[in-house]
Design a protein around this ligand. Structure first.
Ligand SMILES: NC(=O)c1ccc[n+]([C@@H]2O[C@H](COP(=O)([O-])OP(=O)(O)OC[C@H]3O[C@@H](n4cnc5c(N)ncnc54)[C@H](O)[C@@H]3O)[C@@H](O)[C@H]2O)c1
Length: 256
């Protein structure tokens, strides 16, 4: 799908991978709606791109909040062609730690944002995409890109909740593709390795330095622009569908 003049929702678009994706879509002539909880960064981004970007405070895991967000996009831009789900949270706890078993609250919180939140936005965005006229020639009505993680298949110690949430995102890819195929909506997911974003900057420096030593090539964290470049390619290549793509410089994380 040619991005020029298309409308995109980007969850988590106020920071990191989502913000880089918003910049990529704007550069290609699209318009973006940032769904995030970070008012300051989200509004600053929208203010920097008047007429082409809006910020809507949306908790992706909340039904009413997501519905209101979708309504705000329709009011501002009229429709939705592209949905990129980047909102997510981390967190590391072993299944049994010094304080006892993994808390249910922490497990549910991570699943709720990363998996339930992704599902929540997809169902509402897809319902809008189905109302679009198919794009001439390709017949596409929409494109959905979800953000999983290499932890979906190679979760490290302490990543049980995060890995489960991202495995859920990977697992949704094919059934979503099949559900939406007859409507001309494509679905792909990306499994990023370590990327240099505010989420990762919360890890202790020695942990980040160690992770870099385990990498193949390039021996560095990914640049969010490299993630955004892949999102752009998925949107623009009509033959990519139902696929989960690793973007990790060949890294296979060790157990810890
Ligand atoms: N950075 C990495 O190394 C890496 C690796 C693999 C996967 N990922 C995934 O990529 C995605 C983006 O990560 P990032 O590194 O850019 O993180 P980030 O913290 O920089 O950005 C995430 C954004 O999501 C927003 N957010 C969190 N909870 C939300 C909610 N309930 N509703 C709406 N917005 C919410 C945050 O406010 C933030 O702006 C996440 O899903 C993360 O799990 C990141």
């Amino acid at each position: 799908m040619n991005i020029d003049n298309k409308i995109a929702i980007i969850t988590g678009g106020a920071s990191g991978l989502g913000q880089a994706t918003a910049e990529r879509i704007l550069a290609a002539g699209g318009k973006v709606a940032i769904f995030d909880l970070d008012d300051q960064r989200g509004q600053a981004f929208a203010d920097a791109h008047p007429g082409n970007a809006i910020y809507v405070k949306v908790n992706v895991a909340d039904e009413a909040s997501a519905e209101a967000g979708i309504a705000a996009v329709i009011e501002a831009f009229g429709t939705i062609h592209i949905c990129v789900n980047c909102a997510g949270i981390g967190g590391g706890t072993r299944i049994v730690g010094r304080k006892g078993p993994h808390s249910m609250e922490a497990f549910m919180r991570i699943l709720n944002v990363n998996l339930v939140g992704t599902f929540n936005i997809i169902r509402l965005a897809a319902a809008q995409m189905l109302k679009n006229d198919p794009v001439a020639k390709s017949g596409e009505r929409g494109v959905i890109v979800n953000t999983a993680s290499i932890a979906a298949t190679e979760g490290q110690m302490g990543q049980v909740a995060y890995a489960a949430s991202k495995a859920g995102v990977v697992g949704m890819t094919l059934p979503l593709t099949r559900d939406l195929a007859e409507h001309g909506v494509r679905v792909c997911a990306i499994m990023p390795g370590l990327f240099e974003t505010p989420l990762v900057s919360t890890l202790p420096q020695e942990v980040r330095d160690y992770l870099v030593t385990t990498m193949e090539f390039p021996k560095r964290g990914g640049d969010p622009a490299e993630f955004a470049a892949l999102v752009g390619h998925i949107i623009e290549n009509p033959y990519l569908n139902g696929e989960v793509i690793r973007l990790d410089g060949g890294t296979r994380p060790p157990p810890r």
